[in-house]
Every structure is written in C-alpha cells, then in structure tokens.
Design a binder for this molecule. Sequence first.
Ligand SMILES: [Fe+2]
Ligand SMILES: [Fe+2]
Length: 266
Amino acid sequence: MGATQNALAVLKSGPPSAKLLAAKHLAKDWENSREIGIAIDAMPDNPERPDKPPLVPPGNVKRRRLGTAAGRGALLHAVAHIEFNAIDLAADMIARFGHNPDIPDNDRDRFIGEWISVCHDEARHFELLQTRLAEFDMSYGDLPAHNGLWEAALKTKSNFAARLAIAPMVLEARGLDVTPGMIEKLTRVGDTDSVNILKIIYNEEIGHVAIGARWFQKLAQIRGHDPESWFHALVSDYFAGRLKPPFNVQARTLAGLKEGFYMPLS
Ligand SMILES: [Fe+2]
Ligand SMILES: [Fe+2]
C-alpha cells in the first residue's frame, strides 16, 4: 500500500498502541517503497479515537498547578492529547491533500515525505509523554480533554491552503509560544525529566511550523497570491477569534514565519 492509504490507516486506528503502530508503519513503508498511494475519495471527518479520554468543552478542562505531581501529570496529559491529535493532523494532511492538484507533480513526493516525517515525530512525542505519564502513575485517557484542535482543523477540510494556514501556521505555531513558559515553570519545580521531553518537542515543532510555512508560501506563489495577505484572508475566514499574543518571535522567525503573517491578526 502507498502513503495515502497508510495515512488513512493511522486515522482509522483508535487505541494509542494501534495509532502509534500505524504511524510507524507509514514511515517505514515510505522509507522502503516511496509509494505515494491512491487518492482517497471518502475521507472521514473524524479520526478514530480511544474510548478515553472523554472529550468535553474547553471550559471544562481544569487548569493545572505545577507545584504538585497531580498538576504536572495533568499538564503532561494535556500535551499528550495535543500530540495524539497532531499524529492525526499529519496523517490527514497526507491522506486528504496528498493528491491535491496544486502540488506540482515533481514535488509530490517531497510533500508526502515531509508530512510523514512530521507524523512520525508526533508519534514519538506522544510516546515520550506516555512513558513520562506512567512515571506519574497515569496514562493517556485518565483525564478529560477537549477537541478544539481537531475541530479547528476540520473547518478547513475542503481547502488545502486554509489547512496549511491553520494547522501548522496557527495551531502548531501557538505551541511555540506557550511551550517555553511550561518549560520554565517545570524547571522551577525541578521536574527535569518532563523539561527534557518538552525541549525535544519544542525544537522539533519549529521544524513542523517551517514545513507548513514553506508549503503555504509555495502554494501562494503557484496561485499568484501575496502570501501574507492571503494568509490573513484565510485565517479570518477559517479561524474563529484572533491570534493570541505574546508571540515567540524568535522561534516563529526560525520557522520562517515572518511577523507580517501573524502580527496584524493579533
Ligand atoms: Fe509534536
Ligand atoms: Fe507538530
């Protein structure tokens, strides 16, 4: 099978162990065959999820105090939930948009290969957190979570440019803004093991935002749009609310996301 079908298999796997296995298979199969796979015409709106965690409205997810192990466990659980969603978001990019006609044919493998590497990173991030959660006697699913990430991405299911604008360049970029604060708080309470995991994630997420920003800019060039004003238009059409400062300008710049993209939207 090719990458698009393997990516669909990731989306159709519910339990964490099955989703991780499918993500690894996607990467391994690509390494061996470089086979893009067929266009998927019946994409599911929602990926399969495990029975737990229950998905609740964002306001019902409790805020965490990091002075206690329970608070740190809750923070790690929330990040694990983001990474679990991120596995699906990368798989969805491949299965839903891998055959998008706006991707030049001679660039299609690069598109697929880059999002497979993202999917594989997200699976690894999730696994690192799962291992760390176990050290808190917790596992993914123990606490309620919200479905905001997936819902925000789902709005762009029929618009490739909007998906690139929203998933990597708004949602993942937001991770770059908030992760240093988490690292600082966890450092203050001496939780070095969790800090080390968040540092790995943070550094790799810069790469994910960079991949999204690069494809978005390429698409803008192909379509003859000014990248920044096109981004502004797509975000206002497809994303509810404004972008929240403060922004991590340094990390965003490293990812190739110039201030002109996001500053006017805050
Ligand atoms: Fe991640
Ligand atoms: Fe990511």
